[in-house]
Write a protein that binds this ligand. Structure first.
Ligand code: C2O
Length: 341
């Protein structure tokens, strides 16, 4: 059976990492839940590369994030509440609904990875847009697959901006080149751009020819967790998280650990690019590269708060495969002709 939206009343404190004593509470407020009906598409939100953003856009995004941070902490649209969404679904703060045993729900390392994060961004983006009264507002994407986007985008590094986060790696500030296969070692590698392009080729093209490889392992009701991440979830997704988080704390906050990753505004630009990979992947070989058709994938669901602080259920995976965003940057040419790694 598919994993249904969680029963919010099962939400409980979770360990920040493997150490069971250091716990965090990331549970949301508990209101009435309503079924989600996607609104009619009236205008498209166009996501653009973060490194090419205009000053005007940066000011707007900065303002929206500031307003989100200034909402009362009890408001589910508050920035910290939004960050906690990641913690609840990724650290097992909910139990899977409809079972007699308590089995935690964790969306990582499985086929729920792409759709969960797509819905998460969808609502986060709408909340930001609503706060500044701009229904066309779109998140930027961190274009780490393109040589020009392979460093922390400058809009995130201004320490007076609401997009700044102190808990990032000191060593990886611009102009450091992102390491898309970063394992935590941190040694400088020459030809990093070339290496990164190989990582992209392997995880988008040569090594991801089938949906199972790209999306990751099945995750059904009663499973104790996903067993295997898809190609992009591993690299560059995990690598960019670990590369961005600080080396000054043992858990690598914020980006380097599930419970805290959403506390860094750059999380959402990182995931906007992960989401873009999903769209691009489907264009690479028309026949085989399609969304998973298994009902347990399509009928899985989540709970999210919308821009009016209403909690929606059955934001189903199957409804997420055609997001109402248009992606302006197509596949970079250099991904195409490369040989398998
Ligand atoms: Cu839920 Cu980038 O992780």
């Amino acid at each position: 059976a598919p994993i249904p939206p969680p029963d919010i009343s099962t939400c409980h404190d979770v360990p920040k990492s493997g150490d069971a004593h250091d716990k965090v509470n990331c549970c949301p407020p508990e209101p009435t839940i309503i079924d989600y009906v996607p609104p009619p598409v009236t205008c498209l939100r166009v996501r653009r590369p973060a490194h090419m953003a205009s000053c005007e856009y940066i000011a707007k995004y900065n303002k929206a994030t500031e307003l989100m941070k200034n909402l009362p902490l009890s408001d589910p649209r508050n920035f910290m509440q939004q960050a906690n969404v990641h913690c609840t679904y990724c650290d097992g703060a909910y139990y899977q609904a409809g079972l007699t045993e308590n089995i935690p729900l964790c969306v990582h390392n499985s086929w729920l990875f792409f759709p969960f994060h797509r819905w998460y961004l969808y609502f986060y983006e709408k909340i930001l847009g609503n706060l500044i009264g701009d229904p066309t507002f779109a998140l930027p994407f961190w274009n780490w697959d393109h040589p020009d986007g392979m460093q922390i985008p400058h809009m995130y590094t201004d320490n007076l901006s609401s997009l700044y986060d102190e808990l990032r790696s000191t060593a990886h500030q611009p102009p450091a080149t992102v390491n898309l296969s970063y394992g935590g070692g941190g040694e400088y590698r020459e030809r990093q751009v070339e290496e990164n392009l190989c990582v992209m080729h392997k995880n988008m093209v040569s090594g991801a020819k089938l949906p199972q490889l790209f999306f990751g392992s099945p995750y059904r009701l009663g499973n104790t967790g996903g067993t295997c991440a898809g190609t992009i979830e591993q690299h560059p997704h995990n690598s960019v998280h670990n590369w961005t988080g600080t080396e000054r704390t043992p858990l690598g906050e914020d980006m380097g650990i599930f419970y805290a990753a959403g506390r860094d505004p750059i999380f959402f630009a990182h995931h906007a690019n992960v989401d873009r990979m999903w769209s691009i992947w489907k264009t690479l070989d028309g026949r085989k590269r399609q969304d998973i058709k298994d009902r347990d994938f399509l009928d899985a669901g989540f709970l999210f708060y919308d821009e009016n602080a209403r909690l929606h259920k059955s934001a189903e995976v199957g409804k997420s495969s055609s997001p109402e965003v248009e992606l302006t940057t197509k596949l970079p040419i250099h991904l195409k002709g490369r040989k398998a790694v």
